[in-house]
Design a protein around this ligand. Structure first.
Ligand code: RIB
Ligand code: CA
Length: 305
C-alpha cells in the first residue's frame, strides 16, 4: 500500500533529486507537484520542476506554480548554491509542458485528502497560503514532512536554515496550525553526504542517473567550499523519511519560529529538552542512518532510466 504524497518545492538540486526519489519508490505515490520561489525565482523553480518531471517521463503528474515571494518579506534566492538557473550542471531541454492554470494553493487543496502526506522542501509560503485560503484543509491533511529548520546552527545565517529564513512568517503559520509536522532539519541532512563515488555509480545507469551525476558535479564543489566532503541531499531525506520512517529518528517537542529578531529571524527554536511548558507541536529529526539513506537514494535513482 503506497502512501500518496504531494511535493511543494523550489528546485534546486536536492529538490530535483527528491522528486526523482519519489518517482522511483513504490512506497510513495507522487500525486502532484507545486513550486515556490526560494532557491531561485518562481519562474525558474517552476521550469526546473517541469524539466525534472519530463526527464522522468512523468509529465502526467499535475504541477502548479505558487508564490513568487514570501508572505511579507523580499525574496532571497540561493544562486550561490544552485546557480543562476537553480539547476546548474546538466543541460536539460526546455520543458514542453506547462503548469496547470491554477495557483499552487488550489492544486494543493484539491490534492489533499485523508492519507496524503504533504512534503514541502522549500520555504513554506504556499503552505501558509493554502491554510489561509482553505482552512478546512486542517481537517483532511494528516501530516506534513518538511525539509527545513535546524535544532543547531543555520546555513543562511548562524541561526536560521534557508527554507525557514526565506519566509519565517509562513513557517510560523504552519507550525502553529495544529497540523502534525515532522521537521527534517540540517542536524540530520548534514550527516548524510553524497560524494563522487555515489555520482559515479549513477552516471551510466541511464538518462536520469546521468542527470543526477551531473547535478552532483555542480553541487558537490559548492559544499566543498564550506569544508564538506560531499553534498547533503537535504530534500531527498524528507521523501526518504516517508518511504522508510526508520531512517530518521525524531522526537516530539515545541518548535517556535523567530520572526522579530536582529540576528535570529527564521530560527526554528526547538525545545529539544522540554524546558518550556509549551505544546509539543512538531516532531524534530535528531539522528539518521546516513549510509542506509544514501544507499536507498542511489539504488532507487539507478532504477530510473
Ligand atoms: O537549507 C536547505 C534547503 O534550502 C533545501 O531545501 C534546499 O533545496 C534549499 O531549499
Ligand atoms: Ca529545496
Amino acid at each position: 500500500m503506497s502512501t500518496p504524497i504531494v511535493i511543494d518545492c523550489d528546485p534546486g538540486h536536492d529538490d530535483a533529486i527528491a522528486i526523482l526519489l519519489a518517482l522511483a519508490s513504490p512506497e510513495v505515490e507522487l500525486r502532484a507537484v507545486t513550486t515556490v520561489a526560494g532557491n531561485q525565482t518562481l519562474e525558474k523553480t517552476t521550469r526546473n520542476a517541469l524539466q525534472v518531471l519530463e526527464l522522468a517521463g512523468r509529465s502526467d503528474i499535475p504541477l502548479a506554480a505558487g508564490a513568487d515571494a514570501p508572505l511579507r518579506r523580499h525574496l532571497r534566492t540561493a544562486a550561490d548554491i544552485h546557480g543562476e538557473t537553480g539547476l546548474d550542471g546538466p543541460n536539460l531541454p526546455q520543458p514542453t509542458t506547462r503548469p496547470v492554470d491554477a495557483h499552487a494553493a488550489e492544486l494543493l487543496a484539491d490534492a489533499i485528502e485523508p492519507g496524503v502526506v504533504l512534503v514541502p522542501t522549500g520555504p513554506l509560503t504556499n503552505i501558509a497560503l493554502l491554510l489561509e485560503r482553505h482552512p478546512d484543509v486542517r481537517d483532511r491533511l494528516d501530516r506534513i514532512v518538511w525539509m527545513g529548520g535546524a535544532i543547531g546552527l543555520g546555513n543562511s545565517t548562524p541561526a536560521a536554515e534557508f527554507n525557514a529564513f526565506v519566509d519565517p512568517e509562513a513557517a510560523a503559520a504552519v507550525f502553529s496550525s495544529g497540523i502534525p509536522i515532522t521537521m527534517i532539519g540540517l542536524d540530520v541532512t548534514h550527516q548524510a553526504l553524497f560524494v563522487t563515488e555515489h555520482a559515479a555509480r549513477l552516471r551510466n545507469t541511464g538518462s536520469v542517473g546521468r542527470t543526477v551525476a551531473e547535478l552532483a558535479d555542480f553541487f558537490l564543489p559548492v559544499y566543498r567550499r564550506f569544508g564538506f566532503s560531499g553534498a547533503p541531499m537535504h530534500d531527498a531525506m524528507a521523501v526518504a523519511h516517508v518511504i522508510d520512517p526508520t531512517l530518521v529518528a525524531t522526537l516530539e517537542c515545541n518548535v517556535a519560529i523567530e520572526t522579530r529578531s536582529q540576528y535570529c529571524d527564521g530560527r526554528t527554536v526547538a525545545d529539544r529538552w522540554h524546558v518550556l511548558d509549551a505544546p509539543r507541536n512538531a516532531r524534530v529529526s535528531i539522528d539518521v542512518e546516513a549510509e542506509r539513506f544514501l544507499e536507498l537514494l542511489v539504488a532507487r535513482i539507478s532504477s530510473l532510466r
